[in-house]
Design a protein around this ligand. Structure first.
Ligand code: ADP
Length: 404
């Protein structure tokens, strides 16, 4: 896409430059014509002594008032006339060789062919009263091209440079893209490989608790279970996100009552809430608040938000979950009194691998994937998620889901 856009931009630039060069060539020719016209008219006026000379931009047209020579041949070989013409041409900076010719009739193609003509009252043959004198510049084209030489070279160089820069930018972008894709593939494959061992560890820990009753409440076993569950959740997030990005997901949509969905999320996380000493208040939502969505993924969305509210809490965490009607849908709010997010980073935290604060120096560990997952899932349900936050005061995450 970018390659096509930049190629079109270069083509546009070339066309524009060519038009511009053509225009400036026309302008140069016009100036040249005007100068020749003035030089020729000035010479004829000088030579004829007070002749009347009119000129147009396109073609000089000089009307001589008195006869200046008896014949065309006489004028053509008159050194004084040639000197005067040469002087005038030099004065107008036209150092080109010229030739003179005379005809009884006017030459139609004049300036464009490098022929400039003047009407002079000379009998070229026995019947004609006046003749047309033509000043011809055989090297006119070369002269014009030489004048434009610098501009043409500079334009070609600039165009080549622009094209080279664009090509290089495209090439490095493609390289970066390929590298990113390889990294993502590796990351996703690794997450996939982790899945089975983590599931096995979880099963083994549960079996251990069942078979050896004395280990059921053992704090070390509890740590293994908890950390294993955390890793499993991260792996699932990576795999879900990869599937969403590849368009390879399927939502099992059903009619969902929001009140019971939120209650079940709070219930599932009761142990974690208790451990962190937080108070979570869940405002009663009307039974009519129903959405059409995937139970597993929507539960994960609110689990992520609640999990973050607990993770980024301050001393006495207080979390409030409420829901209200909003533009033919439901707006669910998860409000905490935690560390908050700097305003400059509120827009970034929904991107993959983005974490507010100082990256790896973050007190709480994480991959920056939770909110990316939340965003993609909510959007797949035709909703949106947004955050309002103030550092050290807390954050409010809002999820909008349309009614059925
Ligand atoms: P993780 O928690 O793994 O870093 P998330 O995508 O869930 O990834 O969150 C991204 C970032 O957003 C977090 O690193 C954190 O800085 C910020 N964040 C998310 N939720 C909250 C919250 N409730 N309070 C303060 N900061 C938050």
């Amino acid at each position: 896409m970018l390659l096509i856009a930049s190629t079109l931009a270069v083509i546009g630039l070339v066309v524009f430059q060519l038009k511009w060069m053509r225009h400036s060539r026309e302008l140069s020719e016009e100036i040249f014509n005007q100068r020749v016209c003035m030089a020729v008219c000035a010479t004829v006026e000088d030579y004829g002594g007070g002749m009347l000379c009119t000129k147009t931009a396109a073609q000089p047209s000089c009307h001589a008032g008195v006869a200046v020579a008896n014949s065309a041949a006489e004028l053509a070989s008159d050194t004084a006339f040639h000197n005067s013409l040469r002087q005038s041409l030099d004065f107008y900076q036209i150092g080109l060789d010229y030739s003179l010719s005379f005809s009884a009739d006017s030459v139609q193609e004049s300036c464009s062919k490098g022929i400039y003509q003047c009407q002079v009252p000379l009998p070229v043959d026995s019947t004609a009263q006046t003749a047309f004198m033509q000043v011809n510049f055989p090297d006119r084209q070369t002269f014009m091209l030489e004048k434009m030489h610098f501009m043409v070279t500079a334009t070609i160089l600039i165009l080549l440079f622009t094209a080279a820069v664009l090509l290089f930018a495209n090439w490095s972008l493609l390289k970066q893209k390929r590298l990113l894709e390889t990294n993502m593939d590796f990351f996703n494959n690794m997450a996939h490989e982790f899945r089975t061992p983590l599931t096995n560890v979880g099963l083994a820990v549960n079996m251990l608790g069942k078979k050896h009753q004395e280990l059921k409440d053992n704090p070390f076993v509890d740590i293994v279970r908890r950390e294993n569950a955390r890793l499993q959740a991260q792996v699932e997030r990576v795999l879900h996100l990869a599937r969403v990005e590849n368009g390879d997901y399927s939502l099992q949509k059903e009619r969902l009552n929001l009140k019971s969905l939120l209650a079940s999320v709070c219930h599932d996380m009761a142990m974690q809430i208790e451990r962190s000493g937080a108070t979570v208040s869940l405002d009663e939502a009307p039974d009519s608040y129903e959405v059409y969505g995937d139970r597993l993924h929507l539960s994960n969305v609110f689990r992520n938000l609640l999990d973050n509210a607990l993770k980024y809490a301050c001393d006495k965490p207080h979390i409030r979950i409420s829901a209200q009607e909003h533009r033919r849908g439901i707006l669910i709010q998860v409000q905490d009194n935690g560390v908050g997010i700097p305003a400059s980073q509120c827009g970034l935290i929904f991107e993959k691998f983005q974490r507010a604060g100082q990256g790896d120096l973050h007190e709480q560990k994480g991959f920056g994937l939770g909110l990316a997952y939340v965003k993609s899932m909510v959007e797949l349900h035709k909703g949106f998620v947004r955050v309002f936050s103030e550092v050290n005061k807390g954050s409010r995450f809002e999820v909008y889901l349309p009614f059925i």
